[in-house]
Design a protein around this ligand. Structure first.
Ligand SMILES: Cc1cc2nc3c(=O)[nH]c(=O)nc-3n(C[C@H](O)[C@H](O)[C@H](O)COP(=O)(O)OP(=O)(O)OC[C@H]3O[C@@H](n4cnc5c(N)ncnc54)[C@H](O)[C@@H]3O)c2cc1C
Length: 329
C-alpha cells in the first residue's frame, strides 16, 4: 500500500504545525512519522468515542426510578443525535450537579433498610456461570457479538442488516447466555466470570440500540441509514424513548426541545448536507486552491490525531491518505 499522491512535505508541514518533532503530550509519534515517510503500511481501525443517547433524565438528573440519578455518557444529556462539544466537560459539570441532587435526596429521604433476600435471585443468576459445567465460553460469545455489532450497528445501518442483527441477539439470549460456563471456578479476579455477567447487559443494550436504529427511518447525526439517506424534519424531529415492558422493548417518541434555531422543514439529503457543513467550516472551507490545500492539511491532521489515539496500528491509513490526496488536490 502506498501513501500515494500526498507529498511528504505536505504531511510533514501539517504534522509540524500540530506535533512539534512528532511529539504530542506524552506521545512520541516519530515512529509513525518514519512509517509515513517510508511509505510503510500502517494499520488503522475504528474506535467508539462516545455513546449518543442514554438513560432518560430530567433537569435534576433524576431517572424514572426514585432516588436513582444519572449523568455523563450513560445519560441522555445535552447532545442530540451527535455529540457536538466536550464530553469531559459534560461529565464533570453534570456529575457534580447530579451528585449534589442525589445527596439532597438521600438527606431528605434517609436510607431504606434492604431485605437481603430480594437480591438472592440476582446473585444466583450471576453465580450460575461459575457452577455450570459448560463448554460455551463467555469470551467466544462476546467476540461474536462484538463482531456482529461492528458489522451491523456501525454508523452506517440498513433495515435488513438491523433486522438480522436483532434476530441474532435474540438467538444469543435464548440459546447461549443460559449456557455460559467459566473454565476457572474462582471468585477472585475471574475475567471470564466478568465477561459472562457483562455479556447479558451488552446484548440487552445492543438490542435497545438496534431496535431504536430500525425504528428511525431517516438519517441524522451519527445514525446513517443507507436505505433512508435523508434527514426528515417533518417526521423525525423526535427522540425515541425505549422502555422494557413485560420483557418486550416498547418504543415511543417525544418531540425534541428547540430553544433558539428552528431547523428547516422537509427532507434533506444527508450526505449533501454533511458535505456542505464540512465545506462551510471557516477553517477548512472554500474552493480556492489554497483553501483546498488547507482542507487536505486539516484532514491529514485529523488522521494523525486518529493515529495518535490508537494503541494498535492498523491497515488503511496509507490508502486513506492516498485517497485524500486524490480527492482534495
Ligand atoms: C478513545 C476516546 C477518546 C475520547 N476523546 C475525548 C475528547 O478528546 N474529549 C472529550 O471531551 N471526550 C472524549 N471522549 C469521551 C469521554 O472520555 C467520555 O465521554 C467520558 O470520559 C465519560 O465519562 P463518564 O464518567 O460519564 O463515563 P466513564 O468514563 O465510562 O465512567 C464509567 C465508570 O463506571 C465504571 N463501571 C461500569 N460498570 C460498573 C459497575 N457495574 N460497577 C461499578 N463500576 C462500573 C467503569 O469502570 C467506569 O470507570 C473520548 C472517549 C474515547 C473512548
Amino acid at each position: 500500500m502506498r501513501r500515494g499522491q500526498v507529498p511528504w512535505e505536505t504531511l510533514e508541514k501539517a504534522a509540524a504545525a500540530r506535533f512539534s518533532n512528532w511529539k504530542y503530550k506524552a506521545l512520541d509519534l516519530s515512529e509513525l512519522g518514519r512509517m509515513f515517510k517510508e511509505n510503510e503500511p500502517i494499520e488503522v481501525g475504528a474506535v467508539v468515542e462516545y455513546f449518543d443517547g442514554g438513560i432518560v433524565i430530567d433537569e435534576r438528573f433524576e431517572t424514572g426510578v426514585a432516588g436513582l440519578y444519572a449523568a455523563g455518557e450513560c445519560a441522555l444529556g445535552p447532545f442530540g443525535a451527535n455529540r457536538v462539544c466536550s464530553a469531559i466537560t459534560e461529565m464533570l459539570v453534570h456529575g457534580a450537579d447530579a451528585g449534589r441532587n442525589a445527596g439532597e435526596y438521600a438527606g431528605k429521604n434517609g436510607t431504606r433498610k434492604l431485605d437481603g433476600r430480594a437480591f438472592r435471585p440476582l446473585e444466583e443468576e450471576a453465580e450460575r456461570p461459575l457452577v455450570r459445567q459448560s463448554r460455551l465460553k463467555p469470551a467466544q460469545v462476546r467476540r461474536r457479538v462484538q463482531e456482529m455489532a461492528h458489522k451491523s450497528l456501525g454508523p452506517i445501518r440498513e433495515k435488513e442488516e438491523l433486522t438480522g442483527f436483532i434476530a441474532f441477539l435474540d438467538g444469543v439470549s435464548k440459546d447461549e447466555l443460559p449456557h455460559l460456563g467459566t473454565t476457572s471456578k474462582s471468585r477472585i479476579y475471574n475475567k471470564e466470570w466478568l465477561d459472562a455477567i457483562e455479556l447479558r447487559n451488552m446484548v440487552h443494550l445492543l438490542k435497545t440500540s438496534a431496535v431504536s436504529a430500525l425504528h428511525r427511518t431517516e438519517s441524522r447525526g451519527v445514525h446513517y441509514r443507507e436505505d433512508c439517506p435523508y434527514t426528515d424534519n417533518d417526521n423525525w424531529l423526535q427522540e425515541n424513548i425505549i422502555k422494557l415492558n413485560n420483557g418486550a422493548l416498547v418504543v415511543s417518541r417525544r418531540p425534541v426541545t428547540i430553544t433558539s434555531l428552528m431547523p428547516p422543514k422537509g427532507k434533506v439529503p444527508f450526505l449533501d448536507m454533511m458535505k456542505k457543513m464540512m465545506q462551510s467550516r471557516s477553517d477548512i472551507g472554500g474552493h480556492t486552491k489554497k483553501a483546498k490545500a488547507r482542507r487536505l492539511e486539516t484532514k491529514v491532521i485529523v488522521l494523525l490525531a486518529l493515529c495518535s489515539m490508537l494503541s494498535t496500528p492498523c491497515s488503511t491509513i496509507a490508502r486513506e491518505i492516498a485517497c485524500l490526496g486524490k480527492k482534495s488536490m
